[in-house]
Design a protein around this ligand. Structure first.
Ligand SMILES: [Zn+2]
Length: 331
């Protein structure tokens, strides 16, 4: 998601009117829920239908989602980030490494003996927390990625992720929340759009989809019909409000994603629920085009955003970025 330090203001009356009916648990965290809410809250509906794999790290919920793929979910935090361990015959790819609150490499070791390479859907802190635990890391060749890999994120930038209202501390009693930060990591190889990852009898195509961040990507497994889409689409409020948001780039990207979704059997997002209907991505592109042309009117949301609600998902767009779309309008 966005994971920027300013993303936790008080919820306004407007938000209560326009957003809260819109379903997402993530939104609720912003109105400073009771400290224990992330401990008491039942798991997101839909997860119970998946085949859970027990591991020694209960912070993570691991699901076998078929096609030799595990979803590694962190449901006890408002981010509800999901990483994916994708197995080939010879190698495995870990697509995102989570919050870094608990060791994801220990979980991965229990799931596969194959050599593991890491790649991130983008380098927001909630997706790269465990990168430093791995020796092989692919990364997009962007300045944004280079900066984030070299610096990580300081405590000051991510401390709000571990405030009592953000997650269930009793699920992770040894977490050092007072010093929580995201470690820098070494990149083994910089890659770009179209790069093919060969895991042995399984190929994944890297599809650059900038907009949410400059280094946002999707992954396409043509044979399996699987399409991983990071934070560029998930069920819930899709955040286009962080400092590096580029709406013009996102418009292009969501239309590319629509094309891939049309060829896919399922979509695997990086938050909330691990499997989504490709039809939702196709719809997301269609309605975003309407947002860009001015045909959709947003409602004011928290943190100076405009919210465009489409049922299972919404767009939450920083108002300061809207002129990017006006410039993008066709005459
Ligand atoms: Zn993000």
């Amino acid at each position: 998601m966005t994971a920027k330090k300013t993303y936790h203001p008080l919820v306004t009356v407007t938000l209560l009117i326009f957003i809260l009916p819109a379903f997402s648990f993530n939104i609720f965290s912003h109105k400073a829920p009771p400290a224990e809410s992330w401990c008491d809250r039942p798991l997101r509906r839909g997860l119970e239908k998946l085949a859970e794999i027990k591991t020694s790290r209960p912070w993570f919920k691991v699901y076998n989602v078929g096609h030799n793929t595990y979803a590694i979910d962190e449901p006890y935090n408002w981010e509800e980030t999901i990483g994916y361990l994708i197995l080939g015959k010879d190698k495995a790819l870990l697509f995102d490494t989570g919050m870094g609150l608990d060791s994801i490499s220990l979980v991965v070791k229990e799931l596969t003996k194959l050599p593991v390479t890491v790649l991130n859907s983008h380098t927001h802190p909630d997706h790269i927390g465990g990168n430093s635990e791995f020796g092989q890391v692919l990364a997009m060749n962007t300045n944004y990625t280079r900066n984030n890999s070299a610096r990580g994120y300081q405590h000051q930038d991510v401390k709000w992720e571990v405030r009592p209202a953000s997650f269930c501390l009793s699920r992770l009693p040894n977490a050092d929340t007072a010093h929580y930060y995201i470690k820098p990591f070494k990149v083994s190889r910089f890659i770009s759009d179209g790069y093919m990852i060969d895991l042995g009898s399984r190929k994944l195509q890297v599809v650059a989809t900038p907009g949410h961040t400059p280094d946002a990507i999707c992954l396409y497994d043509k044979q399996a019909g699987d399409f991983w889409c990071g934070d560029s689409f998930y069920e819930g409020p899709i955040l286009l409000s962080g400092d590096s948001t580029d709406l013009k780039a996102y418009k292009k990207s969501i239309n590319i994603m629509s094309h891939f979704a049309a060829m896919s059997k399922r979509v695997l997002p990086a938050h909330n629920l691990p499997i989504a209907d490709p039809a939702l991505v196709i719809k997301a592109a269609a309605v975003f085009n309407q947002v860009a042309s001015g045909a959709q009117k947003g409602a004011p949301g928290e943190d100076n955003t405009l919210v465009f609600d489409f049922g299972k998902f919404s767009y939450q767009i920083g108002q300061r970025f809207m002129p990017q779309l006006v410039l993008n309008k066709k005459p």
